[in-house]
Design a protein around this ligand. Structure first.
Ligand SMILES: CC(C)(COP(=O)(O)OP(=O)(O)OC[C@H]1O[C@@H](n2cnc3c(N)ncnc32)[C@H](O)[C@@H]1OP(=O)(O)O)[C@@H](O)C(=O)NCCC(=O)NCCS
Length: 178
C-alpha cells in the first residue's frame, strides 16, 4: 500500500515566548540552553503534527548564536518538517527576536533537529512521506538527504563510503573517501 503523504505546511508550528529574568544570564541575554529547550519543543510538536505519533529527539545539528537576544525581547520560533524518511523526520526551525517597544527585529538563528516516531515501547514506526510544494520547501527537501547522511556518519550509524549524496557536494569520487 502506498504511504500517505503530507505537505510541509501541515506540520507548521509557531511558538512565541517572552524573555523573562529567569531565562537570562548575568548579562541579561537569553541563555543558549533555554533557547535550545524552546527549539526542541517547537520542533517536536511539528514532528508530532506530521506523524500523529509520539516522537523522540534523535539529533540536533550544529546551532550557533550570532547575536544576543535580550531580556524583554519576544522570541518567535517557527518549525516545519522538511522531509520524512522511514521513521525519522528532519525539522527546520527559524528563530527571530523582537524588541517591540524599540521596533527592532532580528533573525536570530536557524537549525535542523531530527525526530524519530516511536510506539509506546520506544520502537521506531514509519511516518507519512512529505511532498514539498514551494521552491524553498523543495530546496530544503533536496538538502535533507545530504544532511541526514552527514549526521548518520557523524553518529557512526553510516559508513562514509555509503554517503553517496554527501560526497557529491564535495565533487569527490566514491573511491576518494572509502
Ligand atoms: C532515536 C532512536 C529511537 C533510534 O532507535 P534505533 O533502535 O537506534 O532505531 P534505528 O537504528 O532503526 O533507527 C531508526 C531511525 O532513527 C534514525 N536515527 C538514529 N540515530 C540517529 C541520529 N543520531 N541522527 C539522526 N537520525 C538517527 C535512523 O536513521 C532511522 O531513521 P529512518 O527510520 O527514517 O531510516 C533511539 O536511538 C532512541 O530512543 N534514542 C533516545 C531518544 C531520546 O531519548 N531523545 C531525547 C534525548 S535526551
Amino acid at each position: 500500500m502506498a504511504k500517505k503523504t503530507k505537505s510541509a505546511k501541515e506540520s507548521e508550528v509557531v511558538m512565541t515566548e517572552l524573555v523573562l529574568p529567569n531565562d537570562t544570564n548575568t548579562l541579561n541575554n537569553l541563555m543558549g540552553g533555554r533557547l535550545m529547550h524552546w527549539m526542541d519543543i517547537v520542533s517536536a510538536i511539528a514532528a508530532q503534527k506530521h506523524s500523529n505519533l509520539i516522537v523522540v529527539t534523535a539529533s540536533v545539528d550544529n546551532v550557533s548564536f550570532g547575536k544576543p537576544i535580550r531580556l524583554g525581547n519576544v522570541v518567535t520560533l517557527k518549525a516545519r518538517v522538511t522531509r520524512a524518511f522511514s521513521s525519522s523526520m528532519e525539522v527546520y526551525i527559524q528563530v527571530t527576536a523582537e524588541d517591540i517597544p524599540g521596533n527592532k527585529k532580528i533573525d536570530s538563528n536557524t537549525a535542523f533537529f531530527t525526530f524519530v516516531a516511536v510506539d509506546q515501547t520506544g520502537r521506531p514506526i514509519d511516518v507519512p512521506e512529505l511532498t514539498p510544494e514551494t521552491e524553498f520547501e523543495k530546496e530544503l527537501y533536496e538538502g535533507a538527504l545530504r544532511r541526514r547522511q552527514l549526521r548518520l556518519v557523524l553518529a557512526k550509524r553510516m559508513k562514509p563510503e555509503d554517503a553517496v549524496e554527501l560526497k557529491s557536494i564535495f565533487k569527490l569520487k566514491p573511491e576518494d573517501l572509502s
